[in-house]
Design a protein around this ligand. Structure first.
Ligand code: CA
Length: 328
């Protein structure tokens, strides 16, 4: 790629060298990831000219979502609102990182709700009960839940980030804050944060990582391998308020393509455009029998065969006796 840089003068040469240095450093940080590029067609960045309005817009707005100069407000700090923003272009990349700059803030100190969700799903632009979007979704949902619906359960502190994969029939249990279906998560003080709040969602080589960044402090929320995320799903963000409310703002959603070293055979196995768009798969290793299980299985099999053989011999003996009596 460096061949595209036409170095006209010393200044440009310095810039090019700086860029190469930056890339080299990032390569040293993660040997598998060679480079990353911001993909504007999947990203939401300022200035949001014509966002959701013009035919050339890359994003659609839904519900109460409102565009201002420096953020998209999904819901205002008023009760009973739902808003969303959805990409018009299906995501066709193999390895990527999504950096979501968001802000959740409101007047109330403690009485607030409900939170926001970041989506990569087959469905788009459908309102519903999961932070303003439909339930029984197909794909990935990352939730920033700011209201404890379960009230007295004290297994976690809110706000809480959780991750779920939906297959189109699996239901998010709002009354239990999604506990039955979550893959993992973490608690984080993202509401009314002093500085910036980011969600980093990284998917590379069937591994999903979710990191939360508050006031410059990063926290690993989820790291799970063996996930297959189909291509062709849509990025989105939605939020909802109930009786309690908050401002839920999206400042930017930046999608980076990650260039990962793969062997050529692997690339042949995974076509660049996947038209099948099958459901999400979690590869789980088949359970193997332990030594004790194998011993008892063999023991009961031998005992069972022995009992059958004895029963067979008795039946055969009686049949033979009857036959003799018949001849006499
Ligand atoms: Ca909740």
């Amino acid at each position: 790629m460096y061949s595209v840089f036409i170095v006209k003068n010393i200044r440009e040469l310095t810039c090019s060298l700086a860029l190469i240095c930056t890339l080299t450093l990032s390569m040293a940080e993660d040997q598998d990831i060679m480079e990353d590029f911001l993909k504007r067609e999947y990203s939401l960045v300022t200035p949001y000219r014509g966002l959701g309005l013009s035919s050339s817009s890359l994003w659609d707005l839904k519900g109460t979502a409102l565009v201002t100069a420096d953020h998209v407000r999904l819901t205002p700090d008023h009760p009973g609102r739902q808003g969303a923003i959805w990409s018009r272009i299906p995501l066709l990349l193999l390895d990527w990182e999504l950096k979501v700059h968001f802000k959740i803030h409101g007047q109330s100190k403690k009485m607030n709700g409900d939170g926001l969700a970041i989506w990569l799903t087959k469905e788009r632009m459908q309102e519903g009960p999961v932070f303003g979007s439909r339930n029984e979704f197909t794909g990935l949902g990352v939730f920033v839940d700011t209201y404890p619906n379960t009230g007295n359960k004290n297994d976690r502190v809110f706000p809480h980030v959780s991750v779920m994969l939906g297959n189109g029939t699996l239901s998010y249990d709002h009354d239990n804050d999604g506990r039955p279906t979550e893959l993992g998560g973490c608690s984080t003080k993202v509401r009314n944060a002093r500085e910036d709040t980011f969600l980093l969602i990284k998917y590379t080589q069937n591994r999903l990582k979710v990191i939360i960044d508050v006031n410059g402090q990063q926290k690993n929320c989820l790291d799970i391998s063996g996930l297959h995320l189909p291509k062709g799903y849509y990025l989105g963000a939605s939020a909802a308020t109930g009786e309690l409310s908050d401002n839920h703002d999206i400042i930017s959603m930046k999608l980076y393509e990650l260039t990962v070293k793969r062997d050529p055979e692997e690339d042949l196995l995974i076509p660049w455009v996947d038209h099948s768009l099958g459901p999400f798969q979690v590869e789980i290793e088949e359970e193997r029998m332990s030594g004790v299980q194998l011993f008892f299985t063999l023991l009961f099999t031998v005992l069972g065969l022995g009992i059958l053989a004895v029963a067979g011999l008795i039946v055969f003996g009686r049949w033979k006796q009857k036959k003799r009596k018949h001849f006499y």
